[in-house]
Structures are given as structure tokens and as C-alpha cells.
Design a protein around this ligand. Sequence first.
Ligand code: GLY
Length: 425
Amino acid sequence: MNVLIVGGGAREHALTWKALQSPLTDAVYCAPGNAATAAIAVNTGFEATDVDAIVRFVSERDVGLTVIGQEAAVAAGLADRLTAIDRLVFGPSAAAGRIESSKAFAKSVMARAGVATPAYQVFDDAGRAKDFVRGERRAFVVKADGLAQGKGTLMPRDAQDTLECIDTLMLRKTVGAAADRIVLEEKIDGREVSLMALVDGDRVVPLPPACDYKRALDGDKGPNTGGMGGYSPVRFFGPGEVDRAVADVLLPVVQTLRQDGTPYRGCLYAGLMVSPSGIQALEFNARFGDPEAQVVLPRLEDDLIPLLEAAARGALGEARPSWSTRSSVGVVLASRGYPGTYQTGFLIEGLGTIERDVFAFHAGTSAGPSGYETAGGRVLTLVALGDSMGEARDRAYRNINRIRFEGMAFRHDLALREIESAVLQ
Ligand code: GLY
């Protein structure tokens, strides 16, 4: 079977790498892919949102399964167009994908599904939003309603800062029209975890939980980013918590979307907060997480393709994928200055020297005359497996020491809290 992976980041590199291990796979194509997928698969040259070109390509090359990695392609209706020509696609329709592309819609689905989520208000007008905050005199999480590439959620410290954040999103338009509408959400305390699941319209097959690190600097300081790394599994979110989250969060949402006539097929990602009052859902993504996919997929012992195909066909049945008991730690190597301005075009050295069971998933790289060069803010996710979280973390950082590029920036505290929590028990 020919497989097409849609997207061009480290997540799609990981999906491509895993798809190529399948004996069911003939050719693997990427739209657009990146410099590293060009070396192992075939880059089509089409952007992820070039729906017409992708649909034509799928027909011409007889692609048996299209896997949508990127949210913009979901929102652009790629799955709808492929389904209309009877092509199998792993990824939801644009209507079901509104669970990610509209935060207000996600909240309304959660309310109807009876899913616990922090209280919220929706505003289309900055003045009204600010009046509300002035009346409440406390901080709220400020979320752009639409897709904003990880830059649409602001976490102010106090009421004054909340007013600033509303101006940033709605008046200074830092994420454009995505913040024409905003959601103000109650701040809650707890520990965040990402739970992804394969969904076939009806059934939900959870993947191992992962944690990601959104802030740029150690100690969760600095601005929010598209993700600076992650790890899996998660000690505080074991099988009991996963079962509870499936029963109380994922299944009710999937059932509600089915009852709405917009069944969800693909990877459903729940951003959860484990709070003193239980598990609360903060957000949903209509795709694999980045960097969660990079740390979870290397732990999958089974063939990925039949699982994605079954979800796409609406036939997950009793699928129970096998997962390695090993731990994985992924560290994003970024360009100095990211998520602000940064320079590119620097040679990346040492990639050929990394150890076995360590993977360099590319995001912002290009192929230069002497090897890969930096070409984006997030350059690589370096992922290491280990028999313990400590071993995976040591291996990740040991191998980072073998990689060099001008301005290489990364967090030094990945998975540290997980290891420290194990020591305390
Ligand atoms: N790790 C968060 C995301 O994929 O959006």
C-alpha cells in the first residue's frame, strides 16, 4: 500500500519513520515532508493545505492511506475531500476537527458530553472581555478560539496581565484572525498530561500518556513555544488514570461528535489537568501531538499502519497495541532566539555519531552542501529510549553533546521532575 503523510515537522518525520517499518507499506510520500523525510521517503512538494494537489496526487499514485499530521490540513477539509473520492484517510473531517480549530466549540462539546473542564466565557469583543475581567479582579487563561500554531494560549499572572493578554491577542492581533473570538478560562492547579488515542468514530484506543514542555526555558520560564520536548510514560498517570480519562473524557466526546453527525476518526489528543478535584480536560487537538508523537511512537512495538488503517475504516475492534516498557525522553534542539527571531543556515554537525536507540527527528532543517543545516526555530527532536526514565534522559543529553550547530538552544530539565518524583516515592 502507498501511504501519504501530511505535514513537515518532527512529528511527521516520526510518522514516516514508523510507516516505513511496516511490511504493508510500498511507497511512503510526504506533503510537504522535510529534508530528513526526503532521504527516507518521497517528498511531494505539496504544502499540507494544498488540498486540490493532494487529492489529485492520492488518485494518481493510488495512495491507500493518507495520514494527516497537521491541524491546518484538518481544518482545510482534506479528510472530507479524500473521503468524498473513497480514499482512506486517518484524520477527522473539518467538522469533527473543530474540536481543535475552535476552542469555544470544544468547550460546548465538553459541556454537552458532561466532561469536567475549567469554567469559561467566550468573547467576540475585547472591551466586553476586559469588563468581565475587571469585574472578576483575577487572572484568567486567555485562549484564541482558532488555530494559532501553539501561540494562542496566554497564561497571565493577575487581572492586569489578563487585560494585557486580551489586548495582545484581540487588538495587537499577534495570531491574526484566530483571536477574533477568545475564551477566558478559569485557572486551575494541577499537573498536565497529554493523552492521545486512536479513534474510529466510535471506539477509543489510548496511546501511552506523555508530558510536554511548552515554555522555552528551564524551570518552565520564558515564552510559550510549539513544544521544547517531552517524555513518556508518565508516573502520575498510570493505567487506572488512563482508563478513567477514556471513560470520562475521550469516550463522551467521541459519542457526542457521533450524535452530532460528525463522527471523529483519527488521533484525538486530550490535554488534561490532573487537579485536586480530579481529571479536567483543558483542550483537544485533532491530530498527534508534537513533540508527544516523537516520544510515543518509538515505544510502539506493533506495526503502526494496520492500526491507523483500522481507525480510518471505522474498524478498530478490540485493537490493543503493544508498547515497550522502556521510557523515552525527547529534547527539542532549537535555534537561539526561538520562539522569537533567530538565524538559520548553520551546519548541523555530529548527527552521524548518535547512538543506537536514539533518534533525531527533523523539523527545521535543510540539506546543504556539507550536510543538514538549520532552517527553522525548532530544528530537531532528539529522542532517546532507556530502561528507566533516568537512563533515557542521560542518553538523550549524552547524545545532544555530540550534536553541534551555531546557536543550538535546548532545555536542560527534561523529565527531571519525573525522575525526582520516582525518588521521592
Ligand atoms: N504538544 C502540544 C501540541 O501538539 O499541540
